[in-house]
Design a protein around this ligand. Structure first.
Ligand code: ME8
Length: 689
């Protein structure tokens, strides 16, 4: 009995831990904000809640990014982890713990998990020869040159001694587990996809790597590092103290595991719904109770991601409209589980429509009138008439309906219904017009009407504010104070949502002066946000070419510039201008990795007049580059030609293809490019300095 009581009264939820190869963007903020809203609601319901987030810092991708940036992987990871944490703090996110996979507590736990899997007989030594996507840190089936099914990048061939996990032994157990726990994963599309993946047959999984060293050493065989996904997934238990001998840690693990919800993006469902429960089952640990996948935030038609170069930073929205506006937009606009578009226009429209003109305006009207007609003290409402009874009934049904919808992750529906109450309260005010006294109405009757109408409207606002608090914590805190209710954070600590009921705003309560909640966004809001993003892009390019040191350059370079990979004539011309003001140092110049490459394949990109797709050989690796030279060079004539490329430019997607670098060309007066080359023989991969 005690156990089940504990279980229902605690809630452990997690975000994915984010890779530190790039700075945080709105996509990361989306998952983290959703978790924050959920955590806030759970706490305000009196549930003992633990909300974990963090950063995923090992693996070949991070090792390479650090190398490009000229710093150690640890320095690099520390820098970007700081960016994530700093942003979450600025946005006011209430995570209880932030785990970094380079922390001792995590390493210790991962090694214990690995040793347990081995001791239980689920790990054996073998060798892997096949394709690997470094970007997704995932093994891919297929011959050399196969693109990654998730991100489309060309996979690399790896051939190395590995430890394998007997994933194949879990096929039946997993299917039985899904069957017995229908609520384990969602949405339905994720569930179907995962089940069909498992049904199609599970192969054993390589869980160590030997060709690089940035990872957690396999206990007892240190030339291996633990596969980054086994390392990363374990964060959900190591953060609770798994692997620690400290009794306090052990108690925490016992209290909060299994997790109630891993919230993830849909692209990592397989790792969370197949590998993770299998690892746990093998180690004799209970699997999580549920995994829920959010859809993708799209921008300019594509998934918002660093590699596509179409990211928007949360800071930009925060700076112009505030964190609450961002939270509201993401949770109201996108039905959870589906993909959704982000646009500055839609954001400003929602902000003005729902927040400035809707909720914000309603609050300010009512608080102002209580000040004007009752010197800021809530009057006795008196006997309820039909209109008041109707509004009360609507508020009560909002109280009854909001929670279940929210808890089912139907945030958008929950908010939509709540905003019907905002509109109804607004309509109720307008219909009863407490500001207008018809000549025939007696003074006393008018005062009674004002008291009744404002008292009822203010109470409706109190209910709306309490319900919306997890999504609009800053605004709710202000309204709570204005309504004379004190600090909403204190109310949340006292589980105010548990017993939320109509009638909490008592007569005699002194209201605070009205303070603006959501000032209307003016026409220039969209332009301001766009220009903040453009400036950020520019800073990123300048950071690389003007010699920001170490991690800073890589971190900034992680946000590709608008015209980074295709050397359009205009872009080349732009770069030919002398840097103003002043000069760059030789060290600054050395940050740009210019290399000799040979064109192996050249072909036109369908439906793109200017673009050629090139496969180039750098000697040490082959890659794909897109170049805006199709109007000036016949693809057939380029094959075999040696060119110069910027090898450390952040990758970027164009027309669905990834460009991994930029070729150099002189730009003639008419804009025609002329490729840079050599008269003497030069080896592939030679660096230009
Ligand atoms: O995958 N739309 O890290 P990551 C919605 N380290 N959500 C998005 C998004 C978008 N456009 N872009 C990112 C990893 N996200 C691993 C996870 S967990 C043990 C290891 C969010 O930095 C979404 O939650 O690539 C997605 O799953 C996560 O960021 C990916 O972050």
């Amino acid at each position: 009995m005690a156990d089940s009581a504990t279980q229902t009264n605690r809630y452990y939820l997690t975000t994915p831990i984010y890779y530190v190869n790039a700075r945080p963007h709105l996509g990361h903020a989306y998952s983290t904000i959703v978790c924050d809203a959920m955590a806030r609601r759970k706490r305000a319901l009196g549930i003992d809640t633990w909300f974990l987030t963090g950063t995923d810092e090992h693996g070949q991708k991070i090792e390479r990014s650090a190398k490009q940036a000229g710093c150690t992987p640890q320095e690099f990871a520390t820098r970007i982890a700081g960016e994530f944490r700093g942003l979450w703090d600025r946005l006011g996110l209430t995570y209880d713990d932030f785990i970094r996979t380079t922390e001792e507590r995590h390493k210790r736990g991962v090694q214990k998990l690995f040793a347990t899997l081995r001791d239980m007989g689920f790990i054996y030594k073998g060798s892997y020869s096949g394709q690997y996507c470094i970007y997704d840190e995932a093994y891919v089936e297929g011959p050399p040159g196969t693109p990654c099914p998730d991100c489309g990048r060309i996979t690399e061939t790896v051939s190395e001694e590995n430890y394998f996990f007997k994933l194949s032994a879990f096929e039946r157990r997993l299917l039985e587990f899904y069957e017995a726990n229908p609520g384990f994963m969602g949405p339905e599309s994720t569930r179907r996809e995962v089940i069909s993946f498992v049904r199609s047959g599970l192969k054993d999984l390589s869980v160590s790597r030997t060709s690089f060293s940035w990872g957690i050493p396999v206990p007892g065989d240190e030339k291996h590092v633990v596969y980054v996904w086994l390392d990363a997934l374990a964060n959900y238990i190591t953060a609770l103290g798994y692997g620690s001998d400290d009794p306090a840690d052990q108690a925490k693990f016992k209290k909060f595991w299994p997790a109630d919800m891993h919230l993830i993006g849909k692209e990592i469902s397989r790792f969370h719904c197949v590998y993770w429960p299998a690892f746990l089952m093998a180690a004799g640990i209970e699997p999580p109770r549920s995994v829920r996948a959010n859809g993708w935030l799209l921008f300019d038609q594509g998934k918002m991601s660093k590699s596509r170069g179409n990211i928007v930073r949360a800071e930009t929205v925060h700076e112009v409209l505030g964190a609450d506006a961002l939270r509201y937009f993401l949770m109201r606009e996108i039905p959870f589980g589906q993909d959704g578009n982000f646009s500055f226009d839609a954001l400003v429209q929602r902000y003005n429509g729902d927040l400035a003109n809707g909720y914000g305006n309603l609050v300010s009207r009512v608080v102002n009138m209580v000040h004007k007609y009752f010197s800021g003290v809530m009057p006795e409402t008196g006997a309820e008439k039909q209109a008041e009874a109707a509004l009360r009934a609507s508020a009560q049904s909002a109280i009854a309906g909001f929670g279940p919808a929210f808890d089912e992750l139907n945030f958008s529906e929950a908010l939509k219904s709540l905003w019907l109450l905002v509109a109804e309260t607004d309509g109720y005010l307008t219909a009863n017009a407490p500001w207008k006294k018809p000549a025939e109405r007696r003074e006393a009757d008018h005062a009674a009407l004002q008291a009744r109408v404002l008292g009822t409207a203010a109470e409706a606002i109190r209910v709306i504010t309490a319900l919306v608090y997890p999504i609009l914590p800053d605004a709710a805190a202000k309204v709570w104070r204005q309504l004379g209710q004190g600090e909403i954070a204190d109310a949340a600590k006292e589980s105010f949502l548990k017993n939320l009921a109509w009638g909490g705003l008592k007569a005699g309560t002194k209201l605070l002066e009205p303070a603006p909640l959501f000032p209307r966004a003016e026409k220039d809001a969209v332009e301001r946000m766009q220009s903040l993003e453009e400036n950020n892009d520019r800073t990123a390019v300048e950071a690389v070419s003007q010699g920001e040191t170490g991690a800073k350059a890589a971190e900034l370079a992680a946000v590709p510039a608008a015209a980074s990979s295709a050397p359009s004539a205009a872009a080349v011309r732009e770069e030919a201008k002398p840097a103003a003001p002043g000069h760059i140092s030789i060290d600054d110049f050395a940050k740009v990795d210019l290399r000799v490459a040979q064109i192996l394949v050249a072909e036109r990109v369908p439906k793109a007049d200017k673009l050629l797709r090139l496969e180039v050989d750098l000697g040490y690796e082959k890659r794909q580059i897109l170049a805006g030279i199709a109007q000036h060079y016949e693809p057939e004539k380029l094959v075999g030609r040696k060119i110069v490329i910027v090898a450390n430019l952040a990758p970027r997607k164009m027309r669905g293809l990834e460009s991994n670098g930029m070729l150099l060309a002189a730009s003639l007066e008419d804009g025609a490019p002329v490729l840079a080359g050599f008269l003497e023989e030069v080896p592939l991969g030679a660096r230009l300095k």
